[in-house]
Unconditional design. Structure first.
Length: 328
């Protein structure tokens, strides 16, 4: 049962990242209000595919905050509906993960309790999703919604890693305090950069409504100071990550798991910077917006993994087992 929990937990984490990607697609395509009500969509469990399926006064019937909604767009409606279906599926995944975690109750109650907490987090996330819709995509609610998704990912990563205690062979790493300092610092600035990124996305949403698609090439010029801070902050993020990789290279097994995570983190960061540059100089291509946010979210998850594995013995106790994580 423990092995099933681990494998299903990893699957659930991947699924949550998929939902983050789909959520990014919802925003980049302007589909956030594709379904003006919640949990139904235009009052239906299966949304319409054509305007003829709606009453003539649908704009008034489904008004949000007293304002008529935009013209019906089947593509936007179904993108948002798929996002909701995926959210419901992941909720089911996390429920199953919480049930499977009961197998650890006698051995490690924290795994079960945190798995249940992740389930509670999903319920809160669903409530936040409803608030996002009812607030007509209020900027602050969208940011909170994103942060909650990252909290859920963090809880799942921690519980899954903790479940490998006694199964996973740990790695020797030298100068742990110094490596920890750089790891926590780089994780902190990465999180701050991600939050700044959500603020930039909110500004993009506002500018796109003001200027329209025809003036997309001028969006960047109108984003304001938040964008320039976000762009300049990326230099600090990159420098700290290079310092982290160098520190890991000096103090950990160069062919070990920690070094592999470090190299993966740096690779993702480089791709993220490249996508950011392309968006800044090529009128923010729609396909790159969700990819850019996904990369930032995945990078934060790898940060959590790195910190957990660097401090594995301290957090979970000495291990003597020699099974690899993948085979656990």
């Amino acid at each position: 049962m423990a092995a099933i929990y681990r494998k299903f937990g990893i699957t659930t984490i991947i699924a949550v990242y998929l939902l983050i990607l789909v959520g990014g697609i919802v925003r980049s395509t302007g589909s956030g209000m594709g379904c003006p009500d919640w949990p139904k969509c235009f009052g239906q469990y299966v949304p319409p595919t054509d305007i003829s399926e709606l009453p003539e006064d649908y704009k008034t019937i489904f008004a949000v905050q007293g304002r008529e909604i935009a013209d019906f767009n089947a593509v936007h409606t179904w993108i948002e509906y798929i996002n909701r279906l995926l959210g419901a599926l992941i909720g089911l995944f996390i429920l199953i993960t919480a049930v499977l975690s009961v197998s650890f109750w006698k051995k490690d109650k924290i795994i079960t309790l945190l798995s249940i907490l992740a389930l509670i987090g999903v319920l809160i996330q669903g409530w936040l999703g409803a608030k996002v819709v009812s607030s007509d995509l209020h900027e602050g609610m969208i940011t909170i919604h994103m942060i909650m998704a990252l909290v859920i990912v963090g809880l799942l990563i921690y519980t899954v890693v903790r479940s490998y205690n006694g199964v996973l062979k740990t790695e020797k790493i030298n100068n742990i305090p110094k490596v920890n300092l750089i790891a926590f610092a780089s994780a902190g600035v990465a999180f701050a950069q991600l939050i700044l990124g959500t603020q930039v996305r909110e500004n993009i949403d506002n500018i796109s409504k003001m200027l329209g698609e025809n003036m997309r090439s001028e969006w960047i010029e109108n984003l304001g100071m938040t964008f320039y801070i976000h762009r300049s902050f990326s230099i600090l993020v990159l420098l700290l990550h290079v310092a982290l990789i160098y520190s890991i290279w000096k103090n950990a097994n160069k062919n070990g798991r920690i070094a592999t995570f470090g190299k993966s983190l740096l690779s993702i960061l480089v791709i993220e910077v490249v996508t950011g540059i392309i968006m800044a100089y090529f009128a923010i291509p729609k396909p790159l917006q969700p990819v850019h946010m996904l990369l930032a979210s995945v990078a934060l998850g790898i940060h959590i993994l790195l910190i957990l594995f660097i401090n594995f013995d301290f957090l979970f106790g000495k291990n003597v087992a020699h099974e690899d994580m993948i085979n656990g």
